[in-house]
Ligand binder design. Structure first.
Ligand SMILES: Cc1cc2nc3c(=O)[nH]c(=O)nc-3n(C[C@H](O)[C@H](O)[C@H](O)COP(=O)(O)OP(=O)(O)OC[C@H]3O[C@@H](n4cnc5c(N)ncnc54)[C@H](O)[C@@H]3O)c2cc1C
Ligand code: SF4
Length: 488
């Protein structure tokens, strides 16, 4: 512990300010100012860490990040050691340090009676500083095992599995049906939360280490799962949970009603300089977003930058409390009212808002959204309360109600992989499916989740694949499927 009195001397959190709203709404760049070398307060913030005997933050972080160790190293200015300790548990801190919801901070012991340590900001500062100082270099394996692995899906789960397996000496190819590698980090999360330079920089390292990338190849169509099984010694299924949840209401087929990912994918492609004929755009429109989570918030920030006339986000449930409620005590990660960077930028939020129908004009274009106040029934179901219906203008409706699970037709028909009753790819404790040599990691097996969990599962699945191929593995196992099942 660097500064035994740090948390007594500095009692408040300090974070780098976001760029002013009126400036950042004019571009697609990161809402944060450049984080490298501009944080005189970083040392004293890292020094607030108490190096607790039992660091609950280790458990709060799905990756088991060694938070007190790197807080101490940042306090001492030992950047090379700090990135070493951070990379020991996390392949991609540049992603989590930017877009993780930081459950670690909810379990920080200091958080019992003071604001918690700014763990996430220390994390992103370490990796940005490490790139700036040339400390992130390829780790080429010293020998090749001769085994081959296909990783299908290039989101954080697939990339983490691929990097671990390549470093263990296996020959790894990552298949991705999109034209670019990165999964939801590339075409889901907008640049104002995660600029794509961060993905490209990491891919450069992975290529130099020997991982091969096959973008624009859909497994199950362009190449069958069975062909992949015949060609590789093992397969990691990391195809994500891409099937959108949709409301069963009238008017779903009207022009101007879209699932959020269709909209975000196109917007991100345009920001990347691609040509998207007939792009769905919010420009000049009254936009209604159904769903108040990360996806909805990303639609909001995107619509505001495209010049929407108005943006309303509807959430079916109650507004969460401002403070941690008594039934979600420390060190749990509570559900509280959140203000994302997009919420700071504009738009209205309505709670207890149940969508009843989409109403169109004669040409079949959506014009209005009919909603009603949500009523909670004694059995917990949420229904529209009769007599409370009202219409709001809606020229563009974006459905951001989450995802029901992975697309499984190909993998179930062609490989015979078993599914769970929720339609997820079924897996054993060590992320193996019931087909020998086929493993699963990330949202495809877990259901819609978070980047930090995808990386943790990708690392754990890689250890299991390595043991399957080599008989034993020295790769770390941050989580097992049963510990994962116990945590949100
Ligand atoms: C809009 C949005 C915003 C989000 N924001 C956050 C956030 O701020 N913080 C956070 O922690 N989490 C966020 N999430 C969740 C997070 O992105 C996911 O949990 C995470 O990306 C899952 O990683 P994955 O590797 O399992 O799958 P994905 O990232 O979904 O990657 C799966 C990839 O597999 C590819 N694929 C699928 N089938 C095939 C096939 N047959 N052949 C070849 N390729 C295939 C897909 O094209 C996709 O690229 C967000 C999700 C969305 C949709
Ligand atoms: S990955 Fe997320 S939970 Fe883990 S230390 Fe970083 S911000 Fe915290």
């Amino acid at each position: 512990m660097a500064d035994p009195r740090g948390f007594l001397k500095v009692r408040e959190r300090e974070l780098p300010p976001n760029r002013p709203v009126e400036v950042r709404l004019r571009d697609w760049k990161d809402v944060h100012a450049n984080l490298v070398a501009g944080q005189p307060f970083l040392k004293e913030q890292a020094g607030r860490c108490m190096d607790c005997g039992i660091p609950f933050c280790h458990n709060g972080c799905p990756l088991g990040n060694l938070i007190p160790e790197w807080n101490d190293l940042v306090w001492r200015g030992q950047w090379a050691d700090a990135i070493d300790r951070l990379h020991a548990t996390n392949n991609f801190p540049e992603f989590t340090g930017r877009i993780c919801p930081a459950p670690c901070e909810s379990s920080c012991v200091l958080g019992i009676n003071q604001p918690p340590v700014t763990i996430k900001n220390v994390e992103v500062s370490i990796i940005d500083e490490a790139f700036a100082r040339g400390l992130v270099t390829p780790q080429v394996p010293q020998r090749l095992t001769g085994h081959t692995v296909a990783v299908v899906g290039s989101g954080p789960a697939g990339l983490a599995a691929a990097q671990q397996l390549t470093r263990a000496g296996h020959t790894v190819a990552v298949y991705e049906r999109d034209d670019e590698i990165g999964g939801l980090l590339r075409y889901g999360v907008p640049d104002f939360k995660l600029e794509k330079v961060h993905i490209d920089r990491r891919l450069e390292q992975m290529r130099a280490e020997g991982t091969r990338f096959r973008a624009g190849v859909e497994v199950g169509k362009d190449v069958t799962w069975a062909q992949l099984q015949a060609r590789y010694d093992a397969i990691v299924v990391a195809t994500g949970a891409t099937v959108p949840r949709q409301p069963s209401v009238q008017g779903l087929d009207l022009d101007g009603v879209h699932v959020a990912m269709d909209y975000l994918h196109q917007a991100n492609a345009v920001v990347a300089g691609k040509d998207v004929p007939g792009q769905i755009t919010a420009e000049g429109k009254h936009v209604v977003i159904i769903g108040g989570g990360d996806t909805g918030s990303d639609c909001l920030g995107t619509a505001l930058r495209q010049g929407a006339a108005s943006v309303t986000t509807l959430a079916i449930g109650k507004r969460p409390p401002q403070e941690r409620p008594a039934h979600q005590p420390w060190p749990t990660d509570p559900v509280v009212f959140e203000v994302s960077s997009s919420h700071e930028e504009g738009g209205e939020r309505e709670y207890l808002a149940s969508t009843v129908a989409f109403v169109g004009d004669e040409s079949g274009r959506v014009q209005r959204l009919r909603l009603a106040t949500t009523e909670y029934l004694p059995d917990g179901r949420r229904v529209p309360q009769p007599g409370t219906e009202r219409d709001i203008p809606a020229d563009l409706v974006l459905i951001a109600m989450g995802f029901t699970g992975p697309e499984t037709e190909g993998i179930a028909d062609q490989l015979g992989v078993a599914l769970t009753d929720r339609g997820l790819v079924a897996r054993s404790d060590d992320f193996a499916t019931d087909v020998p040599g086929v493993f699963v990691a990330g949202d495809a097996g877990r259901g819609q989740s978070l980047v930090v969990w995808a990386i943790a599962e990708g690392r754990a699945a890689a250890a299991a694949v390595d043991a399957y191929l080599s008989g034993t593995s020295e790769l770390p196992v941050p989580v097992t499927a049963s510990t994962v099942a116990l945590r949100p």
